[in-house]
Design a protein around this ligand. Structure first.
Ligand code: G6P
Length: 612
């Protein structure tokens, strides 16, 4: 979390930084700030969003062609003006922006206080810039060297950019644990948490690795050293990101745009990866590890949030189709509970951003124990995709709305392909079933398109329940993770308490909550445990709960029992989660809009959680 952006060149830095911060706002929006080199160092920062910063900076001197900008998701210190970044050093000669956590900030702070430093904020970041200042002054070092030496004393995660009033022609960046990409333009450099602030200026980028320090001086080559002070050759890559993917394209919110993009994003996830005629699935990225995966004693899936829900669908798919035992773990629990991991285990990390700190740490742990690690990430070049042995990108395109939608359906699509590939390799399912699923998969983008036509109906249902205080989501089998995901979407963006439950478990607790005030969303599609779900619906109805069902087109039984019916096209059971998620995404979206919530930037959340 936290987004950082920096520019050095000949253009005015301010508009580039502001635009960049707006692109990075998905990473946090508690406060925003910029620093510009302009006859000294200016810092403008305030609590709130980037638009608040614009208001704050209006009328002030914002000229200058060197600057850094930050949008914050608070960790140390409450979100207020003082704790906003950038932070000055004590002598106000240096300014820093930071994404990450300096874990030993407290002991460093105490030492610095003893040496006469005083601090204005509660942040770990201010401690780091004082440390750099201290090193620079005591050892009389140039900025890049002072940053490097200071970082040798730091424990934790960081992506930082530093400006020096006395050397206004340079920006120093460094990273460990948090992402950082450098854009190389003509006589100008950019630096950011991801490539979105850079893409419209240059396609040439360098992704920094951990413990690397970069020196950006226009007119000079980019200089990269590691923390041991060895000079490294930059690996310049070409960006494959397109600007249109970062715009709202006429939709009111990114979330709605991303929901409606799903026919395309799902098609992109499966493009070139299977052929119905030749009855073949191939995932290039894991080809060398297929054997290892197919013969694994166990697959462990680690993930957080929505990606964890995709992991649950993955468990059902891999066990059902490929007959390999699967465990799904919250990455944050897995990493700290001393798990048993063997060398013949395969650990799959699922992550839209590829940057989630807990997922990354869980993978590192699995790797240290000798397991094979596989990634299912959306962001190309992300930290997780770089540390894994192999992986399959989801290719859903940039997802900007904080609540994940198209990334989820693409994750499920890729996991299905993986399960099918492993099943085929092992000969675990009959050819006829394999072909049936492939044929159904081919139709999915078109069927998602059809499902999206229910938007007006879902909007109508939303109006009826927008003031509910609680929601219950029920599903069985493949639809249980869909229920969890539906509930999470509603919680995240509309702030209505919602619980997802396996339908049969309802009678062991949540049934006590049901009365005429309680909307219950039941995914009751035709295959799997249909009759059993019908009994669960009866149980809700007997207690006067309001029933919203998602059913297979043409269903009569569930529809007759329900207050509201949303139909999805018929497909194979394994593919239902993709279709059934769509109306639930729409339901949460419309309810949130009707409640006046900020759909794309829900309170307290961030899209990419790079702290634990
Ligand atoms: C945050 C986001 C969620 C996301 C989760 C995991 O909580 O708000 O939408 O599912 O992180 O993120 P990842 O990038 O690893 O999928």
């Amino acid at each position: 979390m936290c987004g950082i952006v920096a520019y050095i060149g000949k253009k005015e830095a301010y508009p580039i930084l502001i635009k960049g911060l707006k692109r990075l706002e998905y990473r946090g929006y508690d406060s925003a700030g910029i620093s510009l080199v302009n006859q000294g160092l200016k810092v403008y920062k305030c609590k709130g969003k980037v638009s608040d910063l614009e208001g704050f900076a209006a009328g002030k001197d914002i000229s200058g062609s060197v600057g850094i900008g930050h949008t914050r998701w608070a960790t140390h210190g409450e979100p207020n003006d003082v704790n906003a970044h950038p932070h000055f050093s004590g002598n106000e000669n240096l300014a820093i922006i930071h994404n990450g956590i300096i874990e030993n900030y407290d002991s460093l702070k105490k030492e610095l206080i003893q040496r006469g430093h005083t601090f204005k904020s509660d942040t770990d970041t201010e401690v780091l810039i004082h440390l750099i200042e201290d090193v620079q002054a005591n050892e009389n070092l140039p900025l890049a060297e002072a940053v490097r030496v200071a970082l040798t004393q730091v424990i934790g995660a960081y992506a930082i950019a530093v400006l020096d009033k006395n050397d206004p022609e340079v920006i120093i960046g460094a990273k460990k644990g948090s992402p950082m990409v450098v854009g190389l333009g003509k006589d100008e450099y950019f630096l950011a948490s991801d490539a979105t602030p850079i893409v419209e200026y240059t396609k040439d980028v360098v992704y920094l690795e951990d413990e690397q320090i970069v020196e950006l001086r226009p007119g000079h080559e980019i200089k990269i050293r590691n923390i041991e002070n060895e000079v490294l050759t930059p690996y310049i890559q070409e960006l494959e990101l397109h600007l249109e993917a970062l715009e709202k394209g006429g939709y009111e919110h990114f979330m709605l745009k991303e929901i409606f993009e799903q026919p395309k994003s799902i098609a992109d996830s499966m493009r070139g990866r299977f052929h119905v005629e030749s009855s073949d699935v191939s995932l290039g990225g894991i080809i060398d590890y297929e054997q290892k995966m197919a013969t694994a004693k166990r697959i462990i899936i680690v993930a957080c949030g929505t990606s964890w829900h995709a992991g649950l669908v993955g468990e059902y798919l891999i066990e059902d189709l490929a007959r390999i035992p699967v465990e799904v773990e919250y990455a944050s629990e897995f990493r700290y509970r001393n798990p048993i991991v063997h060398e013949d285990d395969v650990v799959i990390a699922i992550s839209q951003s590829g940057e989630t700190a807990d997922t990354l740490a869980a993978l590192e742990l699995a790797k240290s124990k000798g397991a094979t690690i596989i990634g299912v990430c959306n962001v190309v070049g992300s930290s997780i995709s770089r540390i894994t042995d192999a992986g399959s990108y989801t290719h859903a395109g940039p997802e900007i709305g904080v609540a994940s939608t198209k990334a989820f359906t693409s994750q499920v699509t890729v996991l299905l392909l993986m399960a099918l590939r492993l099943a085929h390799k092992k000969g675990a399912i009959p050819e006829s079933r394999f072909q049936r699923i492939l044929a159904a998969l081919e139709k999915i983008p078109q069927q998602v398109e059809e499902t999206l036509k229910s938007a007006a109906l879902v909007e109508h249902i939303s109006a009826e329940y927008k003031d509910a205080r609680n929601f219950l989501y029920l599903g069985r089998g493949y639809n249980f993770p869909v229920a969890l995901e539906g509930a999470l979407k509603l919680k995240e963006i509309s702030y209505i308490h919602a619980e997802g439950y396996p339908a049969a478990e309802m009678k062991h607790g949540p049934i006590a909550l049901i009365d005429e005030e309680m909307p219950v969303v039941v995914i009751a599609t035709s295959k799997g445990s249909y009759e059993k779900v019908i009994s669960n619906i009866q149980e809700v109805k007997a207690r006067k709960g309001k029933i919203i069902v998602v059913v297979t087109k043409g269903d009569k039984t569930a529809a007759e029992l329900a207050d509201h019916v949303i139909e999805i096209p018929e497909t194979e059971e394994e593919l239902v989660p993709i279709l059934a998620s769509v109306p639930l995404q729409l339901l949460s979206y419309y309810i949130a809009v009707m409640r006046g919530c900020n759909v794309d930037q829900p309170r307290n959340l961030a899209k990419s959680v790079t702290v634990e």
